[in-house]
Design a protein around this ligand. Structure first.
Ligand code: TRP
Length: 469
């Protein structure tokens, strides 16, 4: 009712009050649900598809160690900052940053940090859907025994045939998009929360089953050695940058995703503790994925550094050889789709929240409108592998360009904006109160890291990308 009255007043203040009205925006029903949602966002293709293949490409243990350091020293401080901005701003990333800037007496131009994040998430989602679609396509292909006894070459050809078939790719990406939009369309409580409650625990259980299977059937000791015994001679400057970039991607940072989830977080929950738990869970899933995949890779004499095809080309060979492989493999791809879906939801929520709050359109309209734009954009990614494979800009297809632009530029830029805003624009006491770290020493350590360590690390990445270092 307050909602209606304020709207009826028709004033700017009324609209703002509506935006900030927690009841109308919806809140997670508990800290546990926020934890599920944030973990669902963090855990995705990044953990299960990307982490194993970049680890394989970068030599294993030493890379894993650097990646863990990046999560700890850069990822966690930034994650806490994003959640804090969201909860204190109680709006979509654009609105939340603008509000906090105004409170701090700073220029509301800082809101660019918010909307750029939403835009980045939107662009990522358009190609993320396509990769999630590959995983979806592999579900029936694996369950039906399509990979039984397959050779390396034949598996590569099967993957190639999928990429060459725009219709199959479009159908799969569209199904993932439809599922994402359906869930997001039902809103925070109704849609996101209800689905996360069973999606996340289900994912964990499937993951454990697969690790146990890999431990029994694969070369577990060799995988442990590969993942956890660092060989620093394998580590290059480039690997350090890959590790940093991946830390961003895997924790869903720099896109407003964690801000918007933070904006639904009830008061009184410790942001620091919850963020650390989310990072731990995310890391645990990545390591579990490594433990599920590498024993099979080594057990079947496959190449750990095979690249993005590690899962889609080499794993089916392993599934094709092992007893009951079609079921283990089928479940594996189901798991990948689930993980991708909970991430896709978080990639779309910042822009959906922005559309509904900024332009006061209904959630349904926002979902249908952005769904259509996303679908059109995703066609560009689909055609990058077939019809448009030859149309390249600077040697990159549409898909590669989007990936490069978002992962290497827009996400770190969003992260940099967020840390500079939090560390240098917001007042220390405001941040301290909002973040809720009671131990003064701990707060000081986080604050220093956020003001100096994190921005310097991100700037180093940019300088490297520009070829300056
Ligand atoms: N973290 C997810 C993964 O590892 C991907 C993701 C979801 C994401 N939301 C994001 C990446 C926001 C960047 C920004 O697959």
């Amino acid at each position: 009712m307050t909602d209606k009255t304020s709207l009826a007043a028709g004033t700017f203040a009324g609209a703002r009050a509506r935006i900030q009205d927690n009841a109308s925006r919806g809140l997670w029903s508990s800290r546990w649900v926020f934890f599920l949602a944030a973990t669902g966002s963090a855990v995705g293709l990044g953990n299960i598809w990307k982490f194993p293949y970049v680890t394989g490409q970068n030599g294993g243990g030493a890379f894993v160690l650097v990646y863990l350091a990046c999560i700890l020293l850069i990822g966690i401080p930034l994650l806490m900052a994003e959640v804090m901005i969201g909860r204190r701003g109680r709006a979509n990333p654009d609105g939340a940053v603008a509000r906090l800037a105004r409170e701090a007496g700073a220029s509301s131009r800082w809101r660019v940090v918010g909307w750029l994040g939403g835009l980045t998430g939107f662009l990522i989602l358009s190609f993320y859907l396509v990769v999630a679609g590959w995983a979806l396509a592999y579900v029936p292909a694996t369950f039906s025994g399509g990979f039984t006894g397959v050779s390396g070459e034949a598996s590569g050809e099967l993957f190639g045939a999928l990429l060459a078939d725009p219709l199959r790719l479009v159908v799969c990406a569209t199904l993932v998009l439809a599922a994402t939009m359906l869930i997001v369309g039902f809103g925070v409580r109704g849609g996101l929360e209800r689905s996360l409650r069973f999606l996340m625990p289900g994912l964990f259980v499937l993951m454990l089953v697969l690790v146990v299977y890999a431990a029994i059937e694969g070369e577990f000791a060799q995988a442990l050695q590969f993942l956890f015994v660092p060989d620093f001679s394998e580590l290059t400057a480039q690997s350090v940058l890959v590790a940093l970039g991946h830390a961003f991607f895997t924790l869903s940072l720099g896109c407003g995703a964690m801000m918007v989830y933070g904006s639904y977080l009830p008061e009184g929950t410790s942001i620091a503790k919850t963020s650390i738990l989310v990072a731990l869970a995310d890391t645990a899933v990545a390591l579990l994925a490594g433990l599920a995949i590498f024993p099979l890779v080594f057990g079947n004499a496959l190449e750990p550094g095979a690249g993005p095809g590690l899962i889609f080309v080499t794993l089916p060979i392993a599934f094709g050889q092992m007893p009951l492989g079609q079921f283990v493999g089928g479940f594996f791809f189901v798991m990948l789709v689930i993980a991708a879906l909970t991430s896709a939801i978080s990639l779309s929520e910042p822009s959906i929240a922005w559309l509904t709050e900024r332009f006061r359109i209904s959630r349904t309209k926002a979902v249908l409108g952005s769904g259509l734009v996303l679908w059109l954009l995703s066609l560009g990614s689909v055609f990058s592998f077939n019809h448009w494979a030859d149309y390249q800009l600077f040697g990159k297809t549409f898909f590669d360009t989007l990936d490069y632009l978002t992962t290497n530029w827009l996400m770190p830029l969003g992260g940099l904006g967020t840390v500079l805003f939090t560390g240098w624009v917001l007042q220390r006491h405001v941040v301290s109160e909002a973040i809720g770290i009671r131990n003064a020493g701990l707060f000081q350590a986080w604050w220093k890291l956020l003001r100096y360590g994190t921005p310097v690390a991100i700037v180093l990445v940019f300088l490297n990308l520009l070829g300056l270092i």
